[in-house]
Design a protein around this ligand. Structure first.
Ligand SMILES: Nc1ncnc2c1ncn2[C@@H]1O[C@H](COP(=O)(O)OP(=O)(O)OP(=O)(O)O)[C@@H](O)[C@H]1O
Length: 205
């Protein structure tokens, strides 16, 4: 997976959030997107993921030499972010079955094995509405990390995780990122230390 940004800009109403952004992100890599609150980290991930259109410039996505059209992006990427919601009425186990019925999992992984890797076997029959925020975040991370996609977008992946859960996440990230392009947006220095390269966004407002 290769992503290239050329002269990328995004404004909401009259306010420019991102301006004149150029960059090339090529798999395999784990790239941190850093910047203070409001600098546009989530906005950039949403543009790369095809959820938002740039106001200026272009984003090009290529996989195995073929350009990916924006409407086909969803097939190639998995992501997690604070704005994504889980179906709270489902149990942990049901959510994993539902998600991975729609999206292929990494080779050798099925929902039963995922529950083990998530260390959430004890809560498999618990509704997500009854799980703690850290448990829900781990399930969300699983839906991104364990999906067989060449692009992974992780927005604030450790925001509700305690130290033990963070260590779990970094280990799973290492185990699941071979060959993939992972973009990780965060303000947490510990998250960014795990990244091979950091792209720092400047606040434009
Ligand atoms: N749909 C929208 N309409 C208007 N303004 C928006 C919209 N989405 C985002 N913004 C604004 O764009 C700016 C960048 O937001 P964004 O969420 O990308 O920042 P961020 O770097 O991810 O911030 P944080 O670290 O707080 O998560 C903010 O000022 C935000 O209020």
């Amino acid at each position: 997976m290769n992503i290239s940004l050329r002269g990328l800009g995004k404004r909401f109403n009259r306010t420019w959030i991102l301006q004149d952004l150029d960059g090339d992100f090529n798999a395999p890599d784990l790239i941190g997107i850093a910047g203070q609150n409001g600098s546009g980290k989530s906005t950039l991930l949403r543009i790369i993921g095809g959820q938002l259109t740039p106001s200026r410039g272009e984003v090009r996505r290529e996989y195995r030499g073929q350009e990916i059209k924006v409407e086909d992006c969803y097939r190639y990427l998995s992501w997690t972010g604070p704005y994504l919601e889980l179906v709270e009425e489902l149990t942990v186990q049901e959510l994993l079955h539902f998600h991975f019925a729609l999206k292929p999992a990494l080779p050798g992984l099925d929902p039963a094995k995922m529950l083990e890797r998530l260390e959430l076997g004890f809560a498999k029959n618990r509704k997500l509405s009854d799980c703690s925020s850290g448990m829900r975040q781990r399930v969300l991370l699983a839906t991104a990390l364990y999906a067989s996609t060449p692009l992974v977008l992780l927005d604030e992946p450790t925001v509700t995780l305690d130290e033990k859960a963070k260590a779990w996440f970094y280990a799973e990230l290492d185990a699941c990122r071979a060959g993939r392009l992972v973009l990780l947006a965060s303000n947490d220095p510990e998250d960014l230390r795990h990244c091979g390269r950091i792209v720092a966004l400047n606040s434009t407002n």
